[in-house]
Design a binder for this molecule. Structure first.
Ligand SMILES: Cc1cc2nc3c(=O)[nH]c(=O)nc-3n(C[C@H](O)[C@H](O)[C@H](O)COP(=O)(O)OP(=O)(O)OC[C@H]3O[C@@H](n4cnc5c(N)ncnc54)[C@H](O)[C@@H]3O)c2cc1C
Length: 494
């Protein structure tokens, strides 16, 4: 029997839509099956800021990539090159040397070319002045190795992807949860089984169903006790389905199964993502204040590095605190540095007072404790000129934990506190793929007909993550997965 589809892609987020486009460019007949209804299109990709980390040669080099309409501020912009070596160093450094070297090299080496490919598909890019630059001497200075984002953030990205899919003839079916892979007796993947029991045949399958971050049972089982209580920042649909069905079909697990990306998240947020507020519930301004637990004690180095290199690991530190929550505290000097999208948007949970004691009372934290935490912090500061665009060396000495940069005394009322909890973004453990995005089996050889990309791939991220790498990884390996799935399908058609 002729399979009606050359390639079935399971999961319609960024990685899935990249895989679908790339298979389509190879001439494949492509169907994308998406578990969620149409109004929840785009998976976690919808909830993102659309920030994409890619190597580049500085501002001039980005002229071809950034939408011409978004280049108005280029003459007043300082943006240093971010080379392949810089990106690779960041991957190695934040993962404590554990990133899968073969996958990381592909991610880095193809990051820029893949952005160009996305642009040619119809995605529009801009420089992320609102997230990644501060004004200094009348110029916009970028920091943190991350500069480019999709116009309209994650919402824009999904809209632009769906429009591209329609243009190129990628077929999409929503409300179509896949529960199982259909395999031949020799293990070759021949299609998928839907929750309704229908079997859809194809010559190759690409899994892009995200991680298991929205599955409390898997979180507790793999990430550890307490993780079932974390709030989910994105889609409720990423429940580890693709990982489970691939393992059932003989795939090999890979990567940091007890690790995940998790951030400081509004303590009043709902259990799973909010389609309107999306990533605005993130609280990423902590480098300019202090963070205390509900005992009134600091527990992280708020200024260890640029936010891009610490935010993804600090959610776990918050979850470890006695109540699984914490409070970010800023004084009036820091207020202008907080992104209004995060700190002044609708329904922000916050408390303001003219005194630290008043703040403590409102928060239910021991007043004397919070006062002495702040007095000790202020007294420990070694002053040097404050500059948010570099690691400025304004630090503390003699307190634990230290604050290594941007340490300014909290002394200017009013003081504002933002209660936060742990918001999980995605999980790091997943399937082992080779650089062409074939899923490898437990024997180390490709599972015939099975390919994967995106969050459900393990091995790239351990302990931490350089901000903006998830969408790039999904795009680079999604593109490769689509290409290799189309080639596999063509081979099987012969
Ligand atoms: C709030 C937030 C902000 C973020 N910001 C950024 C950012 O700015 N930059 C960045 O690089 N990364 C960011 N990330 C991480 C980023 O979302 C992911 O790295 C990326 O979107 C993953 O893409 P994906 O295609 O693998 O998964 P997803 O986009 O989640 O797509 C997976 C899809 O699979 C579907 N699915 C699941 N199970 C099944 C099934 N059984 N059958 C059929 N379909 C199924 C889901 O419904 C979903 O649509 C952010 C994440 C969140 C939550």
């Amino acid at each position: 029997m002729t399979a009606p589809w050359d390639v079935i892609v399971v999961g319609g987020g960024n990685a899935g839509l990249c895989a679908a486009q790339s298979a389509r460019q190879e001439g494949a007949r492509v169907l994308v099956l998406e578990k969620a209804p149409r109004q929840w299109a785009g998976g976690n990709s919808y909830f993102t800021a659309g920030a994409m980390r890619a190597s580049h040669g500085g501002l001039a080099d980005l002229k071809d990539l950034v939408d011409p309409d978004a280049q108005g501020r280029f003459p007043f912009t300082d943006l240093a090159p971010y080379t392949d070596d810089d990106f690779l160093d960041d991957m190695v450094r934040v993962t404590r040397g554990r990133t899968d070297a073969d996958l990381a090299r592909v991610l880095v080496g193809e990051s820029r070319a893949t952005m160009d490919w996305l642009r040619d598909l119809g995605l529009r890019f801009e420089l992320m002045y609102h997230r990644q630059a501060y004004e200094a001497d009348g110029r916009q200075r970028f920091w943190g190795g991350l500069a480019v984002g999709v116009v309209g953030g994650g919402k824009g990205m999904v809209e632009q992807h769906l429009a591209a899919a329609e243009r190129t003839g990628v077929q999409m079916r929503f409300d179509s949860p896949v529960t199982r892979l259909a395999t031949a007796s020799d293990g070759t993947v021949q299609g998928v089984v839907l929750a309704c029991g229908d079997v859809l045949e194809s010559r190759a399958v690409v899994l892009t169903t995200g991680g298991f971050e929205a599955n409390p049972q898997m979180r507790a089982a793999h990430l550890g006790p307490g993780w079932d209580l974390a709030l989910v920042r994105g889609t409720p649909h990423n429940t580890g389905d693709g990982i489970r069905m691939a393992l059932d079909a003989g795939a090999q697990p890979h990567g940091h199964w007890s690790g995940c990306h998790a951030v400081a998240w509004d303590a009043g947020a709902r259990p799973t993502g909010d389609r309107e507020l999306t990533n605005q519930l993130t609280r990423g301004g902590y480098p300019f204040g202090i963070v205390v637990n509900t005992d009134g004690r600091r527990f992280i180095d708020e200024g260890a590095d640029f936010r891009n290199y610490t935010y993804a690991k600090y959610g776990a530190e918050i979850l470890r605190q006695p109540t699984g929550t914490a409070v970010q505290i800023f004084d009036a000097k820091a207020a202008p540095l907080l992104r209004p999208e995060e700190y002044a948007s609708k329904d922000v949970t916050s408390v303001t007072s003219d005194t630290v004691r008043g703040l403590a009372r409102e928060l239910g934290i021991d007043e004397d404790r919070l006062v002495s935490t702040i007095e000790e912090f202020n007294a420990a500061i070694i002053d040097s000129p404050f500059d948010p665009t570099v690691k400025d060396g304004s630090r503390t000495e003699g307190i634990e934990p230290p604050k290594s940069n941007w340490a300014q005394p909290l002394d200017t009322p009013p003081y504002t506190a933002y209660p936060v909890t742990c918001g999980i973004t995605f999980t790091f453990g997943g399937l082992r793929i080779d650089p062409d995005a074939h899923v490898l089996g437990t024997c180390g050889l490709p599972v015939p007909g099975l390919h994967a990309a995106g969050e459900l791939v393990g091995g790239l991220f351990y302990f931490n993550y350089p901000g903006g790498s998830g969408l790039t990884a999904g795009s680079v390996f999604g593109r490769r997965a689509g290409r290799s799935a189309a080639a596999a399908a063509a081979g099987r058609a012969r």
